[in-house]
Design a protein around this ligand. Structure first.
Ligand code: BEZ
Length: 213
């Protein structure tokens, strides 16, 4: 089944490296990141899970719960975690789903048969507290993801969920943002007391509204 932005993220029960979980119960009212990798004991995946573990505090600060997934069994996940911790100088404390029957992968469209019939691609889904899908990215097996970029997207999603703004290309937390198109300039002046820079009627910047600069 293909999953699209705005869809409800399907719930599931699964075996993981931290025991059995119900996905929705695990997430509670947090944001969620569910990401698949092709296989345990592979080099790029080892670095990806290590980077994710190293960013634990950054995910926690943003109320994001992270889960990894591959079609390998729990015992393989557990022994591989030792290697990840050793080589990446981290502690993997998030669950890795053992999707041996590919049920979760089918729900989340993590198997792309023309890439591999048997293993998952490098997909990542961000899920909001409302359990809807906010972002989907898919990378090839040969390219590791940038988890700092994933945090940047979370920052943008959390900001734009609460304010009538969008974030421009290459935006990072703390930089100026764009006034949403559906806010007219008269209303924007009232909504954004830090000021508005009108470059074009459709391109209006304002300082990030939820921080003191
Ligand atoms: C890797 O993680 O390095 C990898 C996994 C599957 C295929 C190719 C590379």
């Amino acid at each position: 089944m293909s999953l699209r932005l705005g869809d409800t993220a399907p719930n599931f029960k699964a075996k993981t490296s931290l025991g059995d979980i119900d996905f929705y119960e695990y997430l509670g009212d947090s944001w969620g990141i569910l990401f698949s990798h092709p296989a345990d004991y592979t080099p790029v995946c080892t670095t990806e899970l290590g980077r994710t573990a190293a960013l634990k505090d950054e995910f926690a600060k943003r109320h994001v719960k992270v889960l990894a997934l591959s079609v390998d069994p729990v015992d393989k996940h557990l022994s591989w975690i030792n290697d990840i911790n050793e080589t990446q100088h981290c502690q993997v404390e998030f669950p890795i789903i053992a999707d041996e029957d590919k049920k979760v992968s089918e729900l989340y469209d993590f198997i792309h048969p023309n890439a591999s019939a048997t293993s998952t691609v490098r997909s990542l889904v961000i899920i909001g507290p409302d359990k809807t899908v906010k972002l989907i990215i898919t990378y090839p097996a040969s390219t590791g993801r940038n988890f700092v970029e994933v945090l940047r997207v979370v920052d943008s999603l959390q900001l734009t969920a609460n304010y009538s703004v969008a974030t421009p290309a290459n935006w990072k937390a703390g930089e100026k943002v764009i006034v949403a198109l559906n806010v007219n300039t008269e209303d924007a002046i009232k909504k954004f007391p830090k000021g508005i820079d009108i470059v074009k009627p459709y391109l209006r910047y304002t300082p990030q509204p939820n921080i003191d600069l």
